[in-house]
Design a protein around this ligand. Sequence first.
Ligand SMILES: Cc1cc2nc3c(=O)[nH]c(=O)nc-3n(C[C@H](O)[C@H](O)[C@H](O)COP(=O)(O)OP(=O)(O)OC[C@H]3O[C@@H](n4cnc5c(N)ncnc54)[C@H](O)[C@@H]3O)c2cc1C
Length: 336
Amino acid sequence: MVIVGAGCAGLACARVLFEAGEQPVVLEKSRGVGGRAATRRVDGQPIDHGVIFYHGSHPDFLEALAGVDAATRLDGWPATWVGEGKPCLPRAFSPLEQRIAFTQGITAFPKFLARGLDVRLRTHVRSLVVREHDFELHIHDGETIATDALVLALPAAQMRSLIEPLPASRALDSARAVLQTLTTDPCLTLIATYPPKTPVPDWDVMYPDDSDILILASHDSRKRPEKKFHAFVLQCSARFSRLHLEDEPSSWVETVLNETGRLVGAWAQRPLLTHAHRWRFGRANAFPLSSPMLVGFAGGQTLGLAGELFNPALGVEAAYLSGKALAHRILSSREN
Ligand SMILES: Cc1cc2nc3c(=O)[nH]c(=O)nc-3n(C[C@H](O)[C@H](O)[C@H](O)COP(=O)(O)OP(=O)(O)OC[C@H]3O[C@@H](n4cnc5c(N)ncnc54)[C@H](O)[C@@H]3O)c2cc1C
């Protein structure tokens, strides 16, 4: 069993299979686990530059989050938010939802899911071949890996780029048709840090209501009990991100800082340092499916598809639940 993608969907799938006695291998192109649930360390201080906080109401998701070291858990974060802008998932602020962050960074959760698993980092799956009874995966370094049970737990566009070159078949055509309907918007993101004495505001998150550049500012250092500096994470709108996706950060960083200055105060235009990040496949922009897909091939192989767009909750909760549901379907298909 090979799972491509060590985001929360792929790890949830691998975790269930592992606990059922399987030995799944997870292939991940980057240097760490978590995918868009990402934390960067700047001078030792964690900064969450993808997922800002976890939220959900499903008991399975909340139970999984409860496994992470309770001493590092920030229940109810964000506690204070300002602005009339639309959160990407407005449901996050409904009274039924729990909101959770972690003092050591949002990656605490994917790291917890990954414990004991065979995760191969820096392993980029470039292409796939369907053979008579299995799949052959081509890795960036020339290695090939064969498996008769493959899971893709990736943003839809990355799944498409692996599946589209394959020859037509009834099983693949159904997966292709579904993937055509699923899209994600890019999200340019800027980390900006400020000296400790800066007169920063006292909110956790801002959703600007009159900006077509920024959709969210997260006051990240308010998650850190011991901080060296103030840190903000500035997420750009889909429109602005699409416009500058291929540009050098130097061409758009000043615009983002100026806009932040307009919204929160001139101090924001003079950071200590900035780090730009390009989420090419950032936020879901589609009506999600109700469940993951598991397609069988004539030669007995199976291909599973999971990720945030394969569960109606969207966000990490959806990614987690889709991965878990797919693992249960794989296990029950083996029993039948
Ligand atoms: C800026 C931003 C902020 C967000 N904020 C929130 C939030 O606050 N709360 C929330 O719930 N959700 C948030 N989301 C959405 C959330 O990030 C996603 O719903 C969730 O992380 C998706 O998980 P996933 O496992 O489906 O995909 P991913 O996390 O994208 O995981 C896919 C993994 O596959 C790897 N991969 C891709 N291609 C290959 C390949 N060919 N070979 C090997 N590995 C590959 C990637 O490196 C990645 O690690 C945010 C998203 C963005 C971009």
